[in-house]
Each structure stands twice: as structure tokens, then as C-alpha cells.
Design a protein around this ligand. Structure first.
Ligand SMILES: [Zn+2]
Length: 596
């Protein structure tokens, strides 16, 4: 049984005849000399699984379907497709398609309603939004030591991640999580990783928090400390293959709707002048891969299970600034593909064969300017185009700027009730938050406040489709969810928005007071560059359909493509199987979660 668990990364246990364990694949090539991989198959002690789980932030299924086949044959994505299975439509069955809910859902197999992770940020009385994972009981930890400022933690997470389960089963297992964002590192890592580090752009360094460690990992400092970041930031971003870009990416480099983040500009070459702008650079993906390699070199023990968690967010920042159709987005994917290939080769030189699971926390849609420019003539005919990802082709949406909306809501509330107290705390998509005074208003004054809020949204009904009062959700969601489709059918298109909202709203989790549902094609502006770029966060298929690639020789089919939608729990269940925590083989998981 023990051997069965340990070999689960390579063979399906309890199924048919187990496949022979192959010798580690040795890849020749450049780069620094690496330690020799562990001994070949047949050694007395079987090697514990090494699993790499990668989340590419904002890599939508429609982008993957359109672009992965266009990437070079020697890149990382081609390798994953050749050696593994590509499920084209992993379906998130909830409305709040944002980073923290997405990472939490993938890594726990639970919806935001169950995990308690309903959003990315919270509004403060100052109007500023702070990270949802901020935890006043913790402090930030940087290479120089422990800071006075509060850190982030997984305290809000109500369920276990796969990493938590691994550490419970094997307290000595290595779990390392790296990301540009606290949520990208922490939601996969759970509550007790070996290491969880992320980039703090305000400080210009990677950091962890006292929730996870009292000091910054030594092996990470040469790559992730302030001096290393300054060096990495200095390199300009130029396209890898301008001819490939011109061939595939359509319109020119300076497309309408592209933003200029802190002087990054809208055309190549891009130079990051600030740490916030650095997050848009493809170089950050390479940096995160280097960190994972450094962790493996420093901490990997072939006798203990290893789980490397990477959340790559340059793609998200690029989407928010330049949009998914930009030359920048195309070049980023090209560079990510090459970096992924180099990373897998280098990692396997160090640790032997690894299994890889790659997906995304949410999707996205084209910017309104792009939708307008590409509007097909069929829109005016008798059969307007129908898109399998519900991307609007004929009507473009608008950006809803949270800060403007917040000002408007406050003004309307003050007009209705006077300024005796602030009534609206703020807007942090997908919620409007009331202040304590606003929540405590007795009837009929509370009804007056509600009516003021609804007046604001009535004026914006071209952009916001629905507003749900959470007091109503509390009454209707139990029944709505009881009636909702189960697994795997909830992966199919066609669920109603209320069901998707109910799977997003989490009672008693500090969520806001009104859940806002944008219209398809419209979205809450990420405000990296206000009024520019693309976003996500809606209940439509383009936002909640992401790719899943699994490369695990013997455990999934090589070169297979699954076009039917697959329930999102496939991600955590496959990870659990590859780590030897669950007996159900990944191939069976994929078949059982496939909706037709
Ligand atoms: Zn985003």
C-alpha cells in the first residue's frame, strides 16, 4: 500500500496492471550544471512523488484554444500536450471569477460559498482597498527581517487545500508556493506550507508572513530580495519573435484600449519604472520558475513527497493593462511557453521525473474597443454569431470603475439620508459594502438607503445586469443550491446567474451587502490603469472556463484532448491522486467529471 501511494505520481494504483516506473528523463541542454537526478527505477527505496501545480493567472480557455496550437513545437505547452492530456474547458461553477476565489477553488475543490474565499479585496473607510487575506495577527517577513506592517494569511480559508492534506498525511512533505500575489501563493499553499512567498510591490521585495515563517527563506533571497528585484526590473521587455507576433496577433502594437502602467508605455520595448509595473513583465514568470528551482535544489529530498506550487500573474497584469488581444499578451504567452519548457527540463535534471498540472484561476474577455473593431458583418444578419464561451461579438460592453461607482453611491446615499454618518463603506467587486451605521439603520430608513443604491444601478443598467441583496441571498440560496445541477452536469453551460451567485456568496465570511453582476462584455475595471485594459469577474463562460493540462506519464493519456466541459474539482482530485492522497486514478477522475 505504501509503495502504491508513493508510486501514485507515475502509475494508477488499484487499477489495472501498474506500468513500469521509467527512469528519470535526462534532458541535455545549456544552463548551470545541476545535481545528478536520483537513481533510476529499481532502486530499493521508491522515489516519493514530485508534483508541480501551476496556475497561469487569467489564462482563459478561449485564449488557450486559439493560441496553444500556434506555439513552437519545442516549448513547454507543446510538451505538456504531447506527453499529457489537455482538458480544454475546466468549468468554474460560480460567478465571482477572481484570483483568490479561483486559486482557492482549484486547490480545495470547493466553491467560494464553501471555502469562504469570495473575493480579492476589502474596502477600508479611507476608500482604499486592501488585500482580502490581510491578517492583523501576523506581520510581513522580508529578507531583512520581520516588519511592523501586517502580513497575509490563510485564516479566512474554511477548508483544506490539497497541500494541507499532504502535510497532514506527511508532515515532512515539502510544500513550496511562489507567486507575485499573496493570494496566488497562499490559497494554493493553505495553512501549513513549508514556504509561501510572494511579491510585495510596495516594498520591492518578495515576502512571507509570520503565519508561515519567522524568517525569509535563505535560498530565495539571492533571487527575490530587493537588490535582485532592482536588477531584474532593469531589463527591457522586447518581443521574442516579431514576425510570429505580426502573423498571429492581428492589429498593430498600439491597440485602442491599451493602458500605460506607470510609464511602461503601450508599445515595445517596455521598461518597468516601478515595482507595480514590474508585475506586468514576462521576466516575473522566469523569476518564479527560478525560485521554484532554487527551492527544489535547497529543500527537495527524494524520500519525501514534494509539491511545488507556482502562480504566475504577469498574464493577469498584462490582461488588465493591455488586454488579451494585444501584442503584449501574445508575446507573453510565447515567452511563458519557452520559460515553462526550460523550467521543466531543469527541474527534471535536478529531481527526476515530475508530474505537472497546469490551469488558470479565471478567464477574461476582449476589451470593448477590440469587440467594436472586430464586429463581424453577421451581427446584422438573421443569424448573429453564437460563441461557445459567451463572448459578446456584436455588442461591446463598458468598464465599470469601482472608485467612480463608490463616489456615486455615497452621494446618492447622502442625498437620501443626510450626512449624519457615512452609509456606504465602499466597492470591492463583486460587492457594495455598507458601513456599520448603514447596516444598523432601522426600517424604514434602511429601505431608503436600499432604494438609493438601486437608483444608482438603475442608471447603470447598461453595464450592471443584476444586483443581489445578501439578505435575500440568505433566504433564497439554500433552496437554489438544493435545486442546482450536481457534478458533473454543473460544468455544462446554461446555469442561471442566481445559482452561480449563490455558489459565490458565503454567509458569515465578511462579504459585502449587495452582489453586483456585470453584463456580459462589461466588467469592473481593475484600475491598474483606470479606463483601460481588460478584466474578468463575471458569471459568463469566457470568465469561468479555463484550460487544464495534466502531464503525468502512465496516469493520464499522452496527446489526449478533452473538449467536453470538465468540473473544476478535477484539478484538486488529480493533484490528490498524483501525490498519493487519493486512490482514484487521474484518468478516471477526468472521465467521471466530464459533462456531455
Ligand atoms: Zn485579474
Amino acid at each position: 500500500m505504501k509503495r502504491c501511494l508513493l508510486l501514485a505520481a507515475l502509475v494508477a494504483c488499484g487499477g489495472a496492471e501498474p506500468a513500469a516506473v521509467s527512469a528519470p528523463r535526462v534532458v541535455s541542454g545549456g544552463g548551470a550544471p545541476d545535481a545528478a537526478p536520483p537513481g533510476p527505477a529499481g532502486d530499493a527505496a521508491p522515489r516519493a512523488p514530485v508534483v508541480v501545480a501551476i496556475v497561469v493567472d487569467q489564462l482563459s480557455a478561449w485564449v488557450a484554444e486559439e493560441r496553444l496550437p500556434l506555439l513552437p513545437g519545442d516549448g513547454g505547452f507543446a510538451q505538456l500536450r504531447r506527453e499529457g492530456t489537455w482538458a480544454k474547458a475546466l468549468r468554474l461553477p460560480y460567478a465571482s471569477t477572481d484570483t483568490a476565489p479561483g486559486h482557492a477553488s482549484l486547490h480545495t475543490g470547493r466553491t467560494p460559498a464553501e471555502s469562504g474565499i469570495w473575493g480579492n479585496e476589502l474596502p477600508e473607510p479611507s476608500g482604499r482597498r486592501v488585500t482580502f487575506l490581510r491578517d492583523a495577527a501576523t506581520k510581513l517577513v522580508v529578507p531583512d527581517g520581520v516588519l511592523a506592517s501586517p502580513g497575509s494569511s490563510a485564516a479566512r480559508l474554511r477548508v483544506e487545500t490539497v497541500a494541507d492534506r499532504l502535510r497532514r498525511a506527511h508532515p515532512d512533505a515539502l510544500v513550496v508556493s511562489v507567486s507575485l500575489k499573496d493570494r496566488g501563493a497562499i490559497m494554493p499553499a493553505g495553512k501549513q506550507p513549508s514556504v509561501a512567498i510572494w511579491f510585495e510591490s510596495a516594498l520591492g521585495t518578495f515576502a512571507t508572513s509570520t503565519a508561515f515563517a519567522s524568517s525569509f527563506p535563505q535560498w530565495a533571497e539571492p533571487l527575490a530580495g530587493p537588490r535582485a528585484i532592482e536588477r531584474a526590473r532593469a531589463a527591457p521587455w522586447t518581443p521574442s519573435d516579431p514576425a510570429w507576433l505580426a502573423r498571429h496577433a492581428g492589429e498593430g502594437d498600439a491597440g485602442p484600449g491599451e493602458g500605460d502602467l506607470d510609464g511602461l508605455g503601450t508599445v515595445f520595448p517596455h521598461v518597468a519604472r516601478t515595482n507595480a509595473a514590474f508585475r506586468a513583465m514576462p521576466a516575473t514568470d522566469a523569476l518564479l520558475f527560478e525560485l521554484a528551482l532554487a527551492a527544489a535544489s535547497a529543500e527537495h529530498d527524494p524520500k519525501k513527497p514534494t509539491l511545488l506550487l507556482l502562480s504566475l500573474s504577469a498574464s493577469d497584469v498584462i490582461g488588465h493593462v493591455f488586454g488579451p488581444d494585444s501584442w503584449e499578451a501574445w508575446d507573453h504567452l510565447y515567452k511563458l511557453d519557452a520559460a515553462l519548457g526550460r523550467f521543466l527540463a531543469a527541474l527534471e535534471r535536478r529531481v527526476g521525473d515530475v508530474s505537472v498540472v497546469l490551469s488558470a484561476d479565471h478567464g477574461n474577455s476582449s476589451m470593448p474597443e477590440v469587440v467594436r473593431a472586430r464586429r463581424p458583418p453577421a451581427c446584422d444578419g438573421p443569424a448573429p454569431p453564437v460563441d461557445p464561451y459567451e463572448r459578446p461579438a456584436c455588442t461591446s460592453g463598458v468598464r465599470i470603475t469601482p472608485h467612480e461607482l463608490q463616489r456615486e453611491l455615497k452621494a446618492e446615499a447622502d442625498k437620501a439620508l443626510g450626512t449624519r454618518a457615512p452609509w456606504i463603506l465602499g466597492v470591492a467587486a463583486p460587492y457594495v459594502f455598507l458601513t456599520e451605521e448603514g447596516r444598523a439603520l432601522p426600517e424604514p430608513k434602511r429601505a431608503t438607503l436600499d432604494a438609493a443604491i438601486r437608483r444608482v444601478f438603475a442608471r447603470r443598467k447598461g453595464a450592471v445586469a443584476e444586483i443581489h441583496d445578501v439578505r435575500t441571498l440568505a433566504r433564497t440560496c439554500p433552496e437554489t443550491l438544493a435545486r442546482a445541477r450536481g457534478v458533473p452536469d454543473r460544468a455544462r453551460p446554461g446555469e442561471d446567474i442566481l445559482t452561480l451567485v449563490c455558489r459565490s456568496w458565503s454567509p458569515g465570511s465578511g462579504a459585502g451587502d449587495f452582489y453586483m453582476v456585470p453584463r456580459s462584455g462589461s466588467y469592473f475595471d481593475g484600475e491598474l490603469v483606470a479606463g483601460k485594459g481588460a478584466s474578468h469577474g463575471g458569471p459568463y463562460l469566457h470568465d469561468r472556463t479555463v484550460p487544464l493540462l495534466v502531464r503525468a506519464p502512465g496516469a493520464v493519456d499522452a496527446g489526449a484532448v478533452i473538449a467536453d466541459p470538465v468540473d473544476f474539482t478535477a484539478y484538486s482530485r488529480i493533484l490528490g491522486a498524483l501525490l498519493g492522497l487519493d486512490a482514484e486514478p487521474p484518468r478516471v477522475v477526468l472521465a467521471s467529471l466530464r459533462a456531455r
